[in-house]
Design a protein around this ligand. Structure first.
Ligand SMILES: [Zn+2]
Ligand SMILES: [Zn+2]
Length: 183
């Protein structure tokens, strides 16, 4: 996901370019893989940087946290990042000492061929947009804590209420809590 911003950097502050993304893929060991990345982004030249804004949607395949079956997640993320050119001379303006190269996030650096790489920022945004506990469907019934069957596929008749007298027999198998947890 690389954009050459040589033209923008040569232009004046406020100059902008819009790009539409469609069906892009990104993956990394840390964040996993994301498919069908789409959306519109705007690259705008500011005094000394390129501001990237836009909204992206993507799809990722994870494991449902309740039933452990595959879960397809639709994600959305808003992007707003400022990239600094490695080429110090921007149209003859004096380089701001606040932007010393070694203090800059290398991820947000436009390289000396004026290529702006959005991949890492988008990966982190999409990973951040993921739910902490992914679900295969909002109403996933999960695994039965008694027989471990997937209750989405096989409705079981296990008693979930441990104070049920018909479960008293189980208490003898060591689960004495069944009696005290009478709520
Ligand atoms: Zn599930
Ligand atoms: Zn069960």
């Amino acid at each position: 996901m690389i954009f050459n911003v040589a033209g923008l950097l040569k232009g004046t502050s406020g100059g902008a370019k819009k790009y539409s993304l469609e069906g892009e893929e990104l993956s990394s060991e840390e964040q996993g893989s994301f498919e069908l990345i789409s959306g519109m982004i705007t690259l705008m030249r500011t005094d000394r940087t390129i501001m990237v804004t836009g909204r992206l949607a993507a799809v990722t395949h994870r494991t449902c946290s309740r039933c452990l079956e595959p879960a397809v997640l639709n994600l959305e993320a808003e992007i707003e990042e400022e990239y600094h050119p490695a080429n110090t001379d921007l149209g003859g303006t004096q380089r701001d000492s606040r932007f010393e190269e070694d203090s800059l996030d290398p991820v947000l650096l436009i390289d000396d061929r004026n290529d702006l790489d959005l991949s890492q920022v988008v990966l982190e945004l999409l990973a951040g947009a993921m739910p902490i506990a992914p679900l295969c469907q909002p109403e996933c019934r999960g695994l039965c804590p008694v027989c471990w069957k997937d209750r989405n596929k096989t409705p079981c008749h296990c008693r979930q209420n441990t104070s049920d007298p018909r479960l008293a027999g189980l208490a003898e198998l060591g689960s004495l809590k069944a009696h005290s947890a009478d709520n």
